[in-house]
Ligand binder design. Structure first.
Ligand code: NAG
Length: 403
């Protein structure tokens, strides 16, 4: 029997994803550590009222893919990357957190035809191996951040079917899907779309909301439990939800965050929806004061805006903090590291949950144990000297050219 070969699909924020910040330097990417590069992001020209990017409002291009000047110039450098790894597959990822225009583009036969034509043009122009759609999220619209409608679920199925039919057979068609338990049930018709997709990237991260401490725990933590059942998440729980909905493990890639988050509950009440007096429940009260928020602010993390911290910043600013204000810990149930800091009163408090080479290696073993297709990660520009990507490549047995 032939040994399984796993995928390592690396997203790279080249063009200013809202969360990850300005686009990274494509010349610094080591593409020998990955099998697939999901260059991020292409956006969609749209007519949503809340669109703030004037470039996307050009009605002559409605429902087409928009590439920023930075993205266009990066895509022209792809032949250089392909020389470094001739087996590399390169996809343009369209969408991302807060990206508008999917609901409209998927809505009618005419709008879908415009979008699909634009996908074909972009693939041809930059000689891409395929397209990845990161619609966050059909039906739900990122809780009202972007436009959505109940028909998104079926419209997305039709869009993927038509795209699959339109693309040359050697081109890849993939999507990224939410960790939410609602996603495989209410937002996507997973068994209907599966035949059109080469693989599905599970965004098994961004879980440190509500009453949960961890961003991307593999299993539930006992030491730092999630109080409300509704926001009790783990990567394993998400994988099992998609499998239970009828997908095959080999079609799923486990998402790994090359970043950490300060739990949202540090700065706002983690509501326990099961309790009538939830907002007053002592266990869900925010536990950061101005002291802790001030330390993060001095390190460039404004917790009023976002809780996201790149792994390379966690290493250089927190693990190597000259003042040693953070201590490193390991949760042996969650299988991820976390940082604690001291409150103004000298009490240790939970500060950041993240991934490191140890947790990434454990996730790679999990991928093999579950028979998944491989790993996906967000995003390469946040890695520390390619250490996390390298750990994945080594643990998954990806044939890296440079050794
Ligand atoms: C997802 C988005 C990305 C965002 C990241 C971190 C992917 C493929 N897409 O919501 O735009 O920055 O998570 O929150 O990860």
């Amino acid at each position: 029997a032939q040994a399984a070969s796993y995928l390592s699909v690396g997203y790279f924020n080249g063009g200013g994803d809202v969360t990850a910040g300005p686009g990274g330097d494509i010349n610094k990417l080591d593409v020998t550590q990955i099998t697939h590069l999901n260059y991020s992001f292409g956006l969609i020209y749209n007519n949503e009222k809340k669109e703030t990017n004037p470039a996307l409002k050009d009605s002559a291009h409605l429902h087409q893919i928009y590439l920023s000047p930075k993205v266009e110039s990066d895509l022209k450098l792809l032949p250089v990357l392909r020389k470094q790894n001739p087996a590399l597959k390169v996809l343009l990822s369209v969408g991302g957190w807060g990206a508008r225009g999917f609901s409209g583009a998927a809505a009618t036969p005419e709008s879908r035809a415009v979008f699909i034509r634009s996908v074909q043009d972009v693939i041809n122009k930059y000689q891409l191996d395929g397209i990845d759609l990161d619609w966050e999220y059909p039906v739900n619209g990122a809780w009202g951040l972007v436009e959505s409608q109940p028909a998104d679920r079926d419209n997305f199925t039709v869009l993927l079917r038509e795209l699959h039919q339109a693309l040359d057979k050697d081109k890849l068609l993939t999507i990224a899907v939410a960790a939410s338990a609602k996603s495989p049930q209410e937002w996507l018709d997973v068994t209907a779309i599966a035949p059109y997709l080469n693989y599905i990237n599970l965004m098994t991260y961004d879980m440190a909301y509500g009453t949960q401490y961890f961003n991307s725990n593999l299993y539930d933590s006992k030491q730092w439990p999630t109080v409300a059942a509704a926001d009790k998440y783990s990567a394993d729980f998400v994988v099992n939800n998609y499998l239970a909905a009828g997908l095959k493990p080999a079609q799923l890639n486990l998402g790994i965050g090359f970043y950490g988050r300060v739990p949202k509950r540090a700065t706002e009440p983690g509501i326990d929806w099961d309790k009538a007096d939830a907002a007053k429940h002592p266990v869900t009260q925010p536990y950061f004061t101005e002291h802790e928020k001030g330390i993060f602010k001095s390190l460039g993390v404004d917790l009023e805006k976002d809780t996201y911290i790149k792994y390379n910043d966690i290493v250089s600013k927190m693990l190597q903090d000259p003042q040693q204000r953070f201590s490193e810990h390991w949760d042996n149930d969650a299988k991820v590291p976390y940082l604690m800091m001291r409150s103004a009163a000298g009490k240790p408090v939970f500060a950041v949950s993240y991934e490191n080479p140890r947790s990434v290696a454990i996730k790679a073993d999990y991928i093999k144990g579950k028979g998944l297709g491989g790993a996906m990660f967000w995003e390469y520009g946040a890695d520390d000297e390619n250490r996390l990507a390298q750990t994945l490549a080594e643990t998954l047995g990806i044939n890296t050219l440079k050794k």
